[in-house]
Design a protein around this ligand. Structure first.
Ligand SMILES: C[S@@+](CC[C@H](N)C(=O)[O-])C[C@H]1O[C@@H](n2cnc3c(N)ncnc32)[C@H](O)[C@@H]1O
Length: 324
């Protein structure tokens, strides 16, 4: 029994077209984990560019799991480099194990499956989602009209990139943008993925936006999403790591990335932030919040707003020297 399906971009636009049309086989990647480890492993799968992530939680229906365990399941289309995906997945798990982030060691199972059993569910669940008071995220292929005058629509096409609006960290970042932005800000969006936070920042009245992304394979989808929302003129998309591709300063920097990317970002913030600038950081799992907080303070920032969702935390920062 699948208790929930987290909607994540599939791997390629052509894969989406295959989902909609002809039959194909997929590699099912199934990780048997302790219940407490579900979020982190689902997040890793999504960051690596998996398809829809299902979570199976009932041993009656799933003989691979026993009490206290759940299975996090992703499907990889034939056309992506599955071996590369699996090797990256194993490396990430190893890294997280060395940081003692799992309650138990995840068990990896793989098998080839036909698409028919899951793609309908995948599409059925990828529906418009009202993320905040104002923002609704809508899959490109769904006809949706605003339900309220002040509703802000963000149209997205799943691609290899992360950021469908369904993940708690994306939702935290959007909520924090909504709480923070007053209009006319220069915004940097680090690790833009699908581009969702840049699009939202534009809708909230940003003066200009620069988005960076390490994963060059995702950039085509990001650009398509900018065009879909007619914000491509406003947002400059740069390939590269963290803030390194940028040599200017912003009023607001937003980043939704795992701590392994956030920690090296912290020393880059000060030089990229205008006076009275603010920073929104999420992607932080509660177990790592203390470590991140210490790093934030060590870099001369303080946290003036904290938001939580499920096991995730979002911090808004400003310089300690500008705290009054
Ligand atoms: C969790 S996703 C967030 C995507 C989107 N911003 C959102 O909020 O949904 C993190 C993104 O950061 C990118 N990323 C990871 N490390 C990075 C780095 N060092 N520099 C730039 N982007 C990075 C990943 O490729 C991924 O697209």
């Amino acid at each position: 029994m699948f208790k929930k399906l987290r909607i994540k971009a599939s791997t390629k636009r052509s894969a989406i077209q295959d989902i909609k049309g002809s039959a194909m086989n997929w590699l099912q990647v199934k990780l048997i984990v302790a219940v407490a480890d579900v979020e982190i492993i689902a997040n890793v799968l999504e960051e690596l560019g998996s398809g829809g992530v299902q979570i199976s939680d009932d041993p009656q229906f799933d003989s691979d799991i026993s009490a206290g365990q759940e299975a996090v399941i992703a499907f990889l289309p034939e056309e992506i480099d599955q071996q590369d995906f699996l090797s990256q997945l194993q490396q990430r798990i190893q890294l997280l194990l060395t940081e003692n982030l799992f309650e138990t060691t995840p068990r990896l199972l793989t098998k080839t499956v036909s698409e028919s059993n899951w793609t309908n569910t995948w599409q059925d669940h990828y529906q418009p989602v009202r993320v905040t008071r104002y923002v609704t995220v809508v899959p490109e292929w769904i006809d949706y009209s605003t339900q309220r005058e002040d509703e802000i629509l963000v149209k997205l096409n799943p691609g290899k990139s992360f950021g469908t609006g369904m993940h708690p960290t994306t939702q935290l970042a959007i909520s924090c943008l909504e709480l923070t932005m007053r209009g006319n800000e220069r915004v940097f969006d680090v690790g833009t993925g699908s581009g969702i936070l840049s699009i939202v920042a534009d809708k909230f009245g940003a003066q200009s936006i620069i988005a960076t992304e390490l994963d060059e394979a995702a950039l085509g989808f990001t650009q398509e999403n900018f065009e879909l929302n007619q914000v491509e003129q406003k947002i400059k998309l740069l390939a590269g790591s963290l803030l390194s591709p940028i040599d200017t300063q912003a009023d607001l920097i937003v980043a939704n990335m795992l701590p392994e990317a956030l920690i090296p970002l912290l020393p880059q913030l000060d030089q990229h932030l205008l006076p009275n600038g603010q920073v929104i950081l999420t992607g932080i799992i509660k177990a790592q919040a203390t470590k991140i907080k210490a790093e934030i303070q060590a870099q001369g920032f303080l946290i003036d707003l904290t938001l939580h969702s499920e096991q995730w935390v979002c911090y808004r920062l400003k310089r300690q020297s500008e705290s009054v």
